[in-house]
Design a protein around this ligand. Structure first.
Ligand SMILES: Nc1ncnc2c1ncn2[C@@H]1O[C@H](COP(=O)(O)OP(=O)(O)OP(=O)(O)O)[C@@H](O)[C@H]1O
Ligand SMILES: [Mg+2]
Length: 456
């Protein structure tokens, strides 16, 4: 686990998210506490549970964004799920556990990918040998029986009836220099998991902790296709195949489960959508049902996955919601108790909007500048133009619906519509966008409330 100090975490988040100091601070503390816990002896480690967090704030103020950036910051397994998904028809009951299965799956894939990168060099070497075997098959008669279970067919090189070690080396040099890249060879490619099995395992059989693919994979004949490939492509395919063989999957599985248990973070978005008043009719029942299902997972339980059982005691849960209609106190008390830290995110004003437009690394203004530069068009925004856009965003948010910083996206798109359309053909490649331009493009729409309801 990376050992970023809380202040460093906040500094990193500052690069993308404007304001929201309290929220940044509490996620930073939570993250650092994971690291602190890992430094303790095992006995004490077991005793210390993470302090789960609820981020509360109106829409479009950075809740999800904070979580997303946090994920990039840590090496921890990170998974985001919408709580409302569990209230949809067909998603009742134990399916809440799917979030644990998903985070494990994600981590296994990540680790496997990393391992495969690590063995890349070795895999290339083996692939090279296999390609050489195909190009230059061992031809002594006493080796004939070996050739039988050598699946890859042969396109022999006419000029060399008796291959010798030195020819092989010559070929190897040519292969490495890419001189054989275009030569075609026949290759038996093992077909990846068959789609039929895929359909099966998605419908929940995996809940039983059985890896259907592995099970059937051993029963069914190996599915191989003979394909004609260029040497270049064959090297790619074989390298991949060998890399997959070289990875120690048992180790990956154990490590992945360990990582999820010790440092996993699950972000439950839209938790307000499952906070109901506990009425006994309609969808409210299933909302409370989902909360009840969530409880053991947040509290700490063992969830079977196809890679092994996962204990959820030390997974950090960060929940988030607008809580417009419901309040955190509408959650069932047991669940409230499992989220001891509440942070409010403030709604954003003109000052924040101005900064959001220009300051983050991925700021909207920078994005549009970069996009248009690909057409050779250089646009510049004056400071008062940016301020004007921010003002308009505040105004439209106030008169129609408050969608927070998302308003900036719609405004910018409308503002630059013409330029984005004309960009490839404009004669004047330098365009300055000032307050006047902004007013001209947007004011008509802003002043007409009905219009802005539709367009902005
Ligand atoms: N404080 C902020 N700093 C920078 N960008 C922000 C900020 N708040 C929101 N944004 C921008 O607005 C967009 C929407 O924000 P985000 O997804 O975090 O909303 P949210 O708070 O999760 O809202 P919702 O409750 O609707 O899910 C993001 O893509 C982000 O670029
Ligand atoms: Mg969100």
């Amino acid at each position: 686990m990376k050992d970023l100090k809380p202040k460093e975490i906040v500094t990193e988040l500052d690069k993308y998210i404007i304001g929201q100091k309290d929220a940044k601070k509490s996620v930073a503390i939570a993250l650092r506490n994971r690291w602190r816990r890992c430094q303790l002896d095992k006995d004490l480690q077991e005793e210390i549970n993470p302090k789960n967090i609820i981020l509360i704030g109106p829409t479009g103020v950075g809740k999800t964004e904070i979580a997303r950036r946090l994920a990039n910051l840590t090496d921890s397994p990170f998974y985001k799920v919408e709580a409302s998904k569990f209230t949809e028809v067909g998603y009742v009951g134990r399916d809440v556990e799917s979030m644990i299965r998903d985070i494990v799956e994600l981590t296994v894939n990540n680790l496997r990918g990393r391992q495969q990168d690590a063995v890349q060099e070795q895999a290339v070497k083996i692939a090279e040998e296999r390609v050489l075997d195909i190009l230059l098959p061992p031809s002594q008669p006493k080796q004939a029986f070996e050739m039988e279970d050598q699946p890859n067919s042969v396109e022999s090189i006419e000029s060399e009836p008796v291959p010798s070690a030195s020819t092989r080396e010559k070929l190897r040099t040519m292969l490495r220099k890419g001189k054989l890249d275009d030569r075609k060879i026949d290759l038996d490619v093992t077909a990846q998991s068959s789609p039929m099995v895929e359909i099966f395992s998605n419908t929940g059989i995996e809940e039983m902790g059985i890896n259907v693919k592995d099970m059937l994979g051993n029963l069914m004949p190996k599915n191989t296709n003979r394909r004609k490939l260029s040497v270049k492509d064959a090297m790619k395919v074989l390298t991949q195949e060998e890399a997959a063989h070289l990875v120690d999957m048992e180790k990956v599985k154990t490590e992945a489960i360990e990582m999820v248990e010790q440092s996993g973070i699950i972000f439950i978005d839209e938790i307000d959508k499952i906070a109901g008043k506990g009425q006994s009719s309609g969808p409210e029942v299933s909302k409370e049902g989902v909360q009840r299902d969530l409880l053991p997972i947040v509290e700490g339980s063992s969830v079977p996955t196809k890679y092994g059982t996962v204990k959820t005691d030390h997974i950090l849960f960060i929940a988030s919601g607008a809580f417009h209609v419901s309040k955190p106190s509408d959650l069932i008390p047991e669940l409230q108790g499992r989220f001891p830290i509440r942070v409010e995110l403030t709604s954003l004003g003109a000052h924040e909007f101005t900064r959001i437009l220009t300051e983050p690394k991925n700021a909207l203004v920078l994005q549009y500048i970069a996009l248009l530069r690909t057409e050779g068009v250089v646009i510049t925004f004056t400071q008062d133009a940016v301020e004007k856009i921010a003002d308009i965003a505040v105004e439209v948010n106030a008169t129609t619906e408050n969608i927070g910083a998302r308003r900036l996206h719609t405004l910018m798109e409308k503002l630059l519509e013409e330029i984005l359309f004309e960009a490839p053909d404009v004669a004047d490649k330098a365009i300055t966008i000032d307050a006047e331009f902004v007013t001209k493009q947007l004011m008509d729409i802003v002043e007409n409330q009905d219009l802005s309801r539709y367009i902005l």
